[in-house]
Design a protein around this ligand. Structure first.
Ligand SMILES: *Cc1c(COP(=O)(O)O)cnc(C)c1O
Length: 397
């Protein structure tokens, strides 16, 4: 059994804060600041350029990928870290489309995160080959898969509502129709067990600053199914993905294996922080994590519905169809969230009217859930959301 008191003690949360926004930016892990300092002083400072060899900087993207692999059900050697999720989505989609040269449709759903869709728009326009991005309602994806679809590109857990796609079923359906499948795991990695290898997903990518707690600007990861990697042209063919970057050959020759998905110089300091954050997962059983996540979200929904009947549940009621977050709709959601934050309960808001609450079992327990509901009920009862200071919109909501 995973001891969540132990994992909770491995985070540096400010006192008096109930942090329900780890689905957007995970909190600071113990040891992360020390690790960054060590990299800066003992590696960069003392070893200078020699640290690329002596401190293992060159292998870091692969080494950190190996730590992420078991969290997403990937075989060793199939995950590499670098760049941002937006960039990794671009690479995955570009590679996928080349694998289906005769097809012109990219299928996604209307709930997908905007950057994924913007990136697809931009790539399809650059290709100039008449590809179209087809968006359907999340529930209609399965029926929309047909022989015209080159790739389906989906976010497993919806960022607004927490609705979760059936990864195994949709991957199998897509494969039966001959399409390539790309999963965005932004709200899944570190939130639940995943089985990329078992469901034979072709590509996956995710960020590491949400449930993986790598900190602001932490690099993304990309997965390519091992039997596909040698056919995958990385699209962003940078020197760090070359078979021999320091041969400085004129011709691009992709590295064997997943390392071809590297692009340029890795963010060493940031990736070291991520590496420290990933150590927390060593004693964690993801089945326990999911069980705990379901307990916490079920408790939150039940208590909010009992105490705050004006709020409307925006997440699936059935736990099996939901990720590790719960969202409620309310017209004054933005101001309610600001009032909650002022009381130390931190969630966030997504336009037009969604209040999001993330439940990361590594550091959130029942006491936090009950404290958050108490504060929410008080904000509504006191109509604190009517105060003008809670209505001013900041740049990040
Ligand atoms: C958070 C998130 C992103 C963020 O992409 P970045 O390039 O890291 O800024 C992309 N897609 C989804 C689905 C997300 O939830």
């Amino acid at each position: 059994m995973t001891d969540f008191a132990v994992t909770r003690a491995r985070f540096r949360l400010p006192p008096g804060i109930v942090y329900l926004d780890g689905n957007s930016l995970g909190p600071l892990p113990a040891g992360a600041a020390e690790r960054a300092r060590q990299v800066i002083e003992a590696e960069w400072g003392a070893m200078l350029i020699g640290a690329w060899n002596r401190a293992g900087w060159m292998e870091q993207p692969r080494r950190v990928g190996e730590r992420i692999a078991p969290l997403i059900g990937a075989a060793p050697g199939s995950v590499v870290v670098g760049d941002t999720l937006s960039v990794k989505i671009y690479q995955a989609l570009a590679s996928a489309l080349e694998m289906r040269p005769g097809r012109r449709t990219v299928l996604s759903d209307s709930g997908n995160f905007p950057t994924d869709l913007y990136i697809a728009d931009g790539l399809l326009a650059s290709l100039g080959r008449g590809h179209a991005l087809k968006l359907v309602a999340p529930e209609a994806v399965e029926q929309a898969i047909d022989e015209t679809v080159a790739a389906i590109m989906l976010t497993h857990v919806d960022y607004r509502t927490g609705r979760m796609h059936d990864m195994e079923r949709l991957t199998a359906r897509a494969h039966a129709a001959g399409a390539v499948v790309i999963w965005d795991l932004a709200h899944s990695a570190g939130a639940m067990p995943l089985d990329l290898a078992g469901c034979r997903a072709d590509f996956a990518a995710g960020c590491t600053y949400k449930y993986l707690n790598g900190g602001p600007g932490a690099p993304a990861f990309i997965y390519v199914r091992p039997d596909l990697i040698e056919q995958a042209r990385p699209a962003l063919s940078g020197w760090m993905g070359h078979a021999a970057p320091f041969a400085f050959d004129r011709a691009y020759d992709p590295a064997p294996g997943i390392e071809r998905m590297r692009v340029g110089t890795p963010p060493v300091i940031q990736m070291s922080v991520l590496e420290t954050a990933l150590e927390i997962w060593e004693g964690v059983d993801l089945v326990d994590l999911r069980r705990r996540s379901v307990e916490l979200t079920e408790l939150f929904i039940a208590e909010v519905e009992k105490r705050c009947p004006r709020l409307e549940l925006a997440s699936p009621r059935e736990a099996g169809k939901r990720g590790s977050q719960v969202s409620f709709r309310f017209d004054e959601g933005y101001a309610v969230m600001q009032a909650l934050i002022a009381r130390g309960v931190v969630g966030d808001f997504r336009a037009p009217d969604i209040m999001r609450f993330g439940f990361a079992p590594l550091y959130i327990g029942e006491d936090d859930v009950l404290a958050a509901v108490e504060a929410l009920a008080a904000v509504l009862a006191e109509r604190a959301f009517e105060r003008p200071e809670y209505r001013r919109r900041a740049a990040v909501t």
